[in-house]
Ligand binder design. Sequence first.
Ligand SMILES: Nc1ncnc2c1ncn2[C@@H]1O[C@H](COP(=O)(O)OP(=O)(O)O)[C@@H](O)[C@H]1O
Ligand SMILES: [Mg+2]
Length: 404
Amino acid sequence: MERTIRALVAVEGLDTFEVQRAMPDDPSFQLLGLTDGVDETVRTLQTRDVDVLVVACEGREDDRSLQIIDSANRTAPSVPIVVLSTASPNGFLRRAFEAGAADMGLYPQSKDQLRFMLSKAIARTTRTSDMNGHRGEGKLICVLGPKGGTGKTLTSTNLAVALALANQRVLIIDLDLQFGDVALALGVPPEKTMYDLAISGGSLDQDKLSDYVMQHQTGVDVLLAPARPDQASAITIELLRDVLVIARAHYDFVIADTPPGFTAEVISTIDASDALVMVGTLDSLSLKNTKLGLETLQLMDYDEEKIQLVLNRADTRVGISHHDVVAVLGSQPDIFIPSDREIPRAVNEGVPITLSRPQSYAAAAFHELAALFTGGAEPAAEPVAAAAASQGSGRRSLFRLRRK
Ligand SMILES: Nc1ncnc2c1ncn2[C@@H]1O[C@H](COP(=O)(O)OP(=O)(O)O)[C@@H](O)[C@H]1O
Ligand SMILES: [Mg+2]
């Protein structure tokens, strides 16, 4: 049974009754009260036992909700704050995280989704303490990209294969819970997925986990995303946390492929990760989003030294120079992946380019990326190495970004 959630809801600029009606109404959700403004919210947090604070607002940058988040965070730092807003412009999103929000979602949304989001936020606050001391040897690498189609799945699957070819034990987890396509990219049949694991009941251990992973011909184990989008909500943060702890103890590398954006699963995986691979492409929209992604990581206090920046389709002629890239991102990409007509073909055939065209520059780039994690000296194909070398050296800083 799900445990009861005691929620306090601060309403700012929205209709209180509508907000109340939008809250989950299952018996395991307890609405402690609705507050108006900073003082009332802070007072209630001091006097009641609150599991989660929901701030329902319009999402404007001059919104009083930001003060509520900030004060609530100072008053009760252990209470996660979930922000629901009718709009979420980037400036607001960033300031809300800055003020201490744990997660953000659109208002209104379905009661099920909302309940799911709240349990995840609560689970996340207990995560850090649970995970400490349980760390296995394996490294968790989270592959991120703030936009769809930038090459995250391409990168995570080929990185997994490159690491396996370097004799590492690898598990890849598809965290694109609704539209995951790791199964397609690797050509593994979706016989068992994370959903089957989630509904199997009982406690999780390595034996059980191995019952639910699919094996790729290279030896890479694959924990697939649910087959249907509606099954995604069965994957709780608690389950994910257990999977990560167990997988780390058993594999050398655990690679998480992610959907675009900072979903709750993605945030808790980032928190638990040893390294991040940020994938962007060479167009101005993608670069802008990549920069926003890097800024969000900075707000989450993520150690910039643990971020590898991958520039995909790095040779595309779109009028953006490498100089522009560095100027926008504030740092040097670590790995350049060229455009390659074989890549879409490889994806369609379900054979990663590291296997279908092992001599290609793209394959070499993925071996270079893998070598950054194994410490191995992989011989990079000439142009890739040359492209990287010609970018000059200099101490890289992802976070030396220009801020408005
Ligand atoms: N370097 C590249 N060269 C050619 N096609 C690419 C390249 N990178 C990505 N693609 C194409 O773009 C599609 C989207 O890539 P994918 O890795 O699925 O993106 P994401 O996971 O970020 O949404 C792939 O199916 C592939 O066909
Ligand atoms: Mg993908």
